[in-house]
Design a protein. Structure first.
Length: 116
């Protein structure tokens, strides 16, 4: 499966962005997640959704501000990011895997920059 992220950009603190992750080749595996990596830091988990059941899980740092959702017909997962903070600046990656903790497939990433 190929994953293509889009929707990144430059936004002021307090603003919003919506990231998209579209799958091609075949549908997503059981789980679809968003991760991010800031300069000089390790990649970290942001949010996850069950592709079939729709259950969601968030990192504490984004809970209440970010929302992950899916569109089964478009084979696309979204990450709505509100109340953005400068510390949200990172490259955001989409991932799909059959089980939590398994590497799975990754997209190429999309840059999100939040200015103060």
């Amino acid at each position: 499966v190929q994953l293509v992220e889009s929707g990144g950009g430059l936004v002021q603190a307090g603003g919003s962005l919506r990231l998209s992750c579209a799958a091609s080749g075949r549908t997503f595996s059981n789980y679809v997640g968003w991760f991010r990596q800031a300069p000089g830091k390790e990649r970290e988990f942001v949010a996850r959704i069950s592709w079939s059941g729709g259950s969601t899980y968030y990192a504490d740092s984004v809970k209440g501000r970010f929302t992950i959702s899916r569109d089964n017909a478009k084979i696309t997962v979204y990450l709505q990011m509100n109340s953005l903070k400068p510390e949200d600046t990172a490259v955001y990656y989409c991932n799909t895997a059959p089980r939590v903790g398994v590497s799975g497939y990754w997209g190429q990433g999309t840059q999100v920059t939040v200015s103060s």
